[in-house]
Design a protein around this ligand. Sequence first.
Ligand code: HEM
Length: 226
Amino acid sequence: MKPRAAGRFAGLPLPAWLIMLSSVPLLGGVARLLHLSSGDPPAAEALRFAIAPLPVTLHIIAATFYCLVGAFQFDSGLQCRWLALHRLLGRLTVVCGLVVGLTGLWMTLASEIPSGLQGELLRVVRVAVAASMVAFLVLGVMAIRAGQVRRHLAWMARAYALAQGAGTQALLLLPPTLAFGEITGLVRDLAMTAAWLLNLWVVEWVLAQPAQAPVARRAVGTRGQA
Ligand code: HEM
């Protein structure tokens, strides 16, 4: 039977969907880095990035690698055929994921983010998301070191889903932004939070599907266990 995680959805393989989901924040990141490196005077709304370019630069570079390479890490077909590559890229992806979470936490707590773009709700949620992402990655590494493949897959999927909140946020916020202009305040906080919750719900639903077990076992051969 064809493994579910290697399946196609509406004719496209899973990595293609994941890369499409991340495309808006990744393109935004490229634009931000180009602007920061251009030497042009920053606009008022981007001053915080010019004052402290390190966290946002690390954040964007790590997020780009994490989203793009991470998308292929969940393809069980590639896991089966290229296990050594999966392991090598997995180590790099975990490091990048940790950098994404920690720099996200850094900016949440230390950056002068205008209250319209980050109210108290979003601040608390971002701290929780960043801390959870780091914790999930650590749990994922611990699981695979203990030979627990299904648990490894589950924790890594949860960490990736949290990171991909950036893509879902873009999807949720783009239509109202195009219709009404920039969305700020509590509505924005709620939309950002909803995107993370939606991603977590989707990943838990996928993990609950029975086809995950054989996929995980086949990917790592005899070491597979819960
Ligand atoms: C891997 C997926 C992610 C991508 C692609 C991504 C992308 C970006 C980009 C491009 C920026 C710069 C925004 C701008 O130029 O205006 C940014 C900022 C930021 N990101 Fe992420 N991010 C990701 C995950 C996360 C996570 C998991 C957190 C956890 C809390 C986070 C927290 C932040 C914060 C706090 C800022 C600063 C926002 C501001 O100053 O307005 N990001 N991110």
